[in-house]
Design a protein around this ligand. Structure first.
Ligand code: E4P
Length: 278
């Protein structure tokens, strides 16, 4: 299974790539916004000395992410709208980076219909995926909350589909009136489901099963993972990729018994053995 970092923050991304286990990056508009605010606050802190407030140049900023990513895939999202609008946004994004960094993946919502785009027909996302896939432009179909949506995306030629594990768990728990910690692992409960899907991880598992049974090449990218156990289960059910925030990558390496063992081993090193390190 590949491991992507779910972030747009250059400091986090650089740190994550330095561990040698990261295979790509996923961004979304909210992550980009956080990164912009972070960069601006850093720049304002600096400007307390220099007196020169900089506006973030997004193209240069993303160029620096691409440099760190070293040709591993980076998902960049389109704003939405009609198929023609999303297609134009996708082409603009793709061509801005493709000559230097041929690893842009265009993130398309499975259904771009919202109040702001109320005249937009719900099937526009699929049409863009099909168009981009015919042109050989990789797509990551986002905001997947049902196997049916994933099936349509795969039929349209998506490179990846992104089922949102944590948000699906949020949906099931909030519909049941439960209070919950968004980052906590959700143990599926009898009689709680979203149209038969009992958890975000079951959503991932069903999509993997459908794609395997029917020979789809589309990869399942488990997204909205918020704790290590969800990453483990995404791997167990056969997700091709898991995208995780830096905090989760770090939590994956921790175990109290590992720390306890380290304390004992560190204490037990004899000086004769230490000689070997010289
Ligand atoms: C990644 O592609 C998704 O946008 C992201 O994983 C969503 O995560 P969240 O539900 O924790 O915001």
């Amino acid at each position: 299974m590949k491991l992507f970092i779910d972030s747009a923050d250059i400091d986090e991304i650089t740190q994550a790539y330095s561990y040698g286990v990261i295979d790509g990056i996923t961004t979304n508009p909210s992550l980009i916004k956080q990164a912009v605010l972070h960069q601006k606050s850093k720049s304002i802190e600096g400007d307390l000395q220099s007196g020169d407030i900089k506006i973030l140049d997004m193209k240069s900023y993303l160029d620096s992410l691409f440099v760190v990513a070293k040709q591993t895939p980076i998902s960049l999202e389109v704003r939405g709208g009609t198929a023609d609008e999303m297609y134009a946004q996708a082409r603009a994004l793709y061509s801005k980076f493709k000559t230097k960094f041929n690893c842009v993946v265009i993130k398309i919502p499975i259904n771009s219909q919202i109040e702001e785009f109320s005249d937009v027909d719900e099937m526009q996302g699929l049409q863009v995926i099909r168009r981009l896939s015919h042109e050989g432009i990789p797509t990551n179909v986002t905001l997947i909350f049902s196997p049916e949506q994933a099936l349509l995306a795969a039929k349209a030629g998506a490179t990846y589909v992104s089922p949102f594990v944590g948000r699906e768990d949020d949906f099931i728990r909030s519909n049941a009136g439960l209070t919950y910690d968004k980052n906590a692992y959700f143990e599926p409960e009898e009689n709680l489901s979203d149209n038969g899907i009992e958890s975000g991880l079951e959503l991932v598992r069903d999509i993997v099963t459908i794609f395997t049974q029917h020979g789809f090449q589309t990869q399942v990218l488990a997204a909205s993972l918020r704790n290590p156990r969800q990453v483990r289960e995404a791997a167990l059910v056969g997700a091709h990729v898991a995208t995780v925030p830096l905090s989760v990558i770090k939590a994956m390496v921790r175990h109290p018994k590992t720390m306890e063992g380290m304390v004992a081993f560190t204490k037990d090193f004899v000086s004769e053995y230490d000689e070997l390190f010289k």
